[in-house]
Design a binder for this molecule. Structure first.
Ligand code: NAD
Length: 285
């Protein structure tokens, strides 16, 4: 058996087309385009690439993006006042603070300061809480992107045994909540999990978000399972790889996502969707 490879790039491109149509429609009816403020602190090359990709997506769908590039020497107080200014600016619909932030800045405090109505990354405790109580509004981009990708692939998640590997606040935890919302029976594994293989061998769907290349062995995949690899790891040869041993896993799984070209493009597309949604929700108030 060889798995169906889920083409995240293609699904994301379709989603971007739909978002563009909605924005075109807004403009035709005299409404304004959504606006995303992107805050980039320091000169981490990977962050610069992520921010650039998000700006390209904005251009594609017709979202105005405003970049705030700040030196790594910026103080927490200065960053606080920029966020407060963006919170109050009526023409800013979404605020994205690219992580990682320099060590002297308290990232949790910065993210908590963002107005939840403009929290298009879906990281604010209020938005995570809404997801936990089954009233999601602005949903964490990567987990929400995974759900949209699985839906677009015609996969029914109801009743499936799901195992998420990784429990970070931005990825693994909201992923577990999304799968629960979708009707799965969810197990969350992490660095203290005693027998990862035993959990994975029972999983109808595996979502890997540990950030460890090759952590998930191909032979741990239950035949016919769905495998979603969120991990992005840079190998010594410079190539990108996920957390799953792709070549072996694909011989056992029914569906599998590649890295790159799987979850990554969905994350950017759901960020665009959230930015449009943030504007629409504020207009309804
Ligand atoms: P993180 O380091 O904050 O969290 C990693 C999680 O993995 C932790 O909860 C930890 O307990 C768990 N873990 C680590 N080693 C483990 C082990 N041996 N067994 C079981 N669990 C283990 O990372 P993160 O921010 O959640 O990101 C995870 C990965 O997802 C990274 O590779 C990151 O680059 C990638 N990522 C991808 C996208 C995307 O769009 N595709 C978006 C965000 C993050």
């Amino acid at each position: 058996m060889s798995a169906h490879i889920i083409d995240g790039k293609q699904i994301a491109s379709q989603l971007l087309d739909d978002i563009k149509s909605s924005i075109d429609q807004r403009l035709k009816s005299g409404k304004r385009a959504p606006c995303l403020a992107v805050v980039l602190v320091g000169d981490d090359p990977a962050s610069a690439i992520y921010v650039r990709n998000k700006q390209i997506a904005c251009e594609k769908v017709g979202i105005v993006s405003k970049a705030h590039k700040l030196p790594s020497s910026i103080s927490q107080t200065e960053l606080f006042s920029l966020i407060q200014q963006l919170n109050q600016d009526p023409s800013t619909d979404g605020i994205l603070v690219q992580s990682p932030l320099p060590h002297h800045i308290d990232e949790t405090a910065i993210l908590a300061l963002i107005d939840p109505a403009k929290d298009v990354d879906g990281f604010h405790p209020y938005n995570i809480g809404l997801l936990a109580v089954r009233q999601p509004q602005l949903r964490s981009c990567t987990p929400y992107g995974v759900i949209k990708m699985l839906q677009a692939s015609g996969i029914n998640l109801k009743g499936l045994d799901a195992v998420v590997v990784g429990v970070s606040n931005h990825v693994g935890r909201p992923m577990g909540l999304e799968l629960l919302l979708a009707g799965c029976t969810v197990t969350s594994c992490h660095r203290h999990t005693k027998d990862l293989a035993a959990h994975l061998l029972r999983a109808d769907i595996v979502v890997a978000a540990a950030g460890k290349a090759g952590l998930i062995k191909g032979e741990w995949i239950k035949p016919g399972a769905i495998v979603v690899d969120i991990g992005i790891n840079r190998l010594p040869d410079g190539k990108l790889a996920g957390d799953v041993e792709f070549e072996v896993a694909k011989q056992r799984a029914a569906y599998i996502t590649p890295v790159p070209g799987g979850v990554g493009p969905m994350t950017v597309a759901t960020l665009m969707e959230n930015t449009l949604k943030a504007l629409e929700l504020r207009e309804q108030k």
